[in-house]
Each structure stands twice: as C-alpha cells, then as structure tokens.
Write a protein that binds this ligand. Structure first.
Ligand SMILES: [Zn+2]
Ligand SMILES: [Zn+2]
Length: 265
C-alpha cells in the first residue's frame, strides 16, 4: 500500500504497529474536520486500535468509537492527511476486518488536539457483523510456548488478532462489559496492556492471564475436581484409560476419546 507522505513505517507487524509520528508537520492547506462512519466486520477485529494508530501516524486529532452499527471516527487536521486517512482506513484495515460501507461527512474543525478511544454508543435497530472466534495467532502461540512468558501454557491466551469473539458476545457493540468476560477483572499487567496503544492487546476485550482470567478445571462423574495443569494431566490420564472426556471449549463441548480404543469409540 502506498503512502503519500512517506511516513508509513516499514515494519507493520500483524498487530498493526506503526511508527509514532513526532512533532507537528505543516501540510498544505488549512485544517479540516470530518466524521467517518464504517460498517461491516469492524468490531472485535482490532479496528479501534488500528484507527488510533493510523490517526497518530497521520497526525490527526479526534476520536473513535463503536456504535451498534459499526465504527464512527471523528478526525481533524491537515486536509491531505484527512484524505490519506480516509483511503487507508479501509485499505489497510486489520486482517479480520471487512469494511462493507464507508462514508465521510465533512465538517468544520472543532479545535481538537488529541486522539482518543471513546465509549461505545448505542443506536437502536442498527446492524453490525459479529466476528467469529479466531484461532490463535503466531504471536500468542510464541508466548504460550515461552517458559519466560507470563502466559506460558495459559490456555485462554488471546489478543486483538485472535481469540474468542462470537461465543463470548452477549450484545453489540463489542465491549468487555457486553461479553461473558465481564465477570473477570483484569489484573494490573493485563490492564496496562489493554491501555497501551503500542501493545497488540490494546483494547483486546477478552484480554486475560492466569492471574485474572478463566481457569482450566477437570471434574469426573463422582465430583472429584482437579485444577490448572493437574486438570490437563488428569484429562490425558483418563483418555489413556479409555474414558470419554467432554472438553468444554469456548463454543460448546467436544467429546474426546482414544480413537484406537474400540471400547471407548
Ligand atoms: Zn493473538
Ligand atoms: Zn491478567
């Protein structure tokens, strides 16, 4: 994707990290304002973090918020950068996003100085695509297998590029209080990631870790219970014994047994 200004960072990882724009560059023309409305698959796919980073890169002030029909972006700044933002906001959207409709409404600048992620707005009778659950991304897998990572072997690892969506969403717009993650309060390190624009868990609604998120447990028909790593070991042990184990995933139960054991099958 081409950039008219040439400030686009070369290293754009899956998380969509952009090089921060420092200083105020004077572009041609006077400041303008605009309200951009996007609909389609734009919630639960890292869209607000992407918009925030893109606005920072284009040196634009304003805000982004989810509403029940999509995403609203208010921006203002140099005319050329506003136009650049408008074309890049759909062309460079995160991999899971799918912009179906995009509109721009010009308005006079309000004198905004910073960019922020605002609270979601509820609009009745609007329609938005609900994202599916997304399989683990490479970054999360690396962390999962790294003994020095705080999410080492944590089964509910996720980020803005992956993890549960459809099965945890109770209602749109997509925000943690409207998901089944609402009963888990983020620990300080998770909260810090959630608020860090340069982190790939910036505004990741299901963000969690071993300390603050959901846990594994195993229960047999007699009510015996095992937790954490022990739960996993117990499940493996039972499978080897020819038992059938119902594994509760985020989307329902999965019945497992040893496929080479005729009795179990
Ligand atoms: Zn991930
Ligand atoms: Zn945590």
């Amino acid at each position: 994707m081409k950039s008219r200004s040439g400030v686009r960072a070369g290293n754009q990882a899956a998380g969509g990290l952009f090089r921060p724009a420092h200083g105020q560059k004077k572009g041609p023309g006077s400041p303008v304002g605009a309200v951009i409305t996007l609909s389609g698959m734009v919630q639960g796919v890292g869209f607000r973090p992407f918009v925030h980073r893109l606005a920072r890169e284009c040196e634009l002030a304003g805000s982004v918020c989810n509403f029940s029909g999509g995403v609203i972006v208010e921006i203002e700044g140099d005319r050329g950068r506003v136009d650049e933002f408008y074309s890049r906001v759909s062309a460079e959207a995160p991999p899971m996003a799918h912009v179906v409709d995009k509109r721009i409404e010009r308005r006079s600048p309000q004198g905004l100085r910073a960019f922020s992620v605002e609270k979601s707005r509820q609009v009745n009778d609007e329609f938005v695509l609900v994202p599916p659950d997304i399989c683990m991304c490479d970054h999360c897998q690396e962390e999962l297998l790294d003994p020095h990572d705080r999410r080492y072997r944590y089964p509910f690892i996720n980020c803005t590029d992956c993890g549960p969506r459809f099965t945890i969403i109770s209602k749109m717009p997509y925000d943690r209080p409207l998901t089944t993650m609402r009963s888990f309060t983020m620990c300080p390190p998770c909260q810090k990631e959630y608020e860090d624009i340069d982190h790939r868990r910036y505004h990741a609604q299901p963000n969690a870790c071993r300390r603050c998120g959901p846990h594994l447990f195993f229960r047999d028909m007699r009510g015996n219970k095992a937790e954490g790593e022990e739960a996993l070991r117990e499940a493996v042990r039972r499978l080897k014994m020819g038992h059938i184990v119902a594994v509760k995933g985020i989307g329902g139960f999965h019945l497992c047994c040893d496929a080479t054991d005729d009795r179990a099958v």
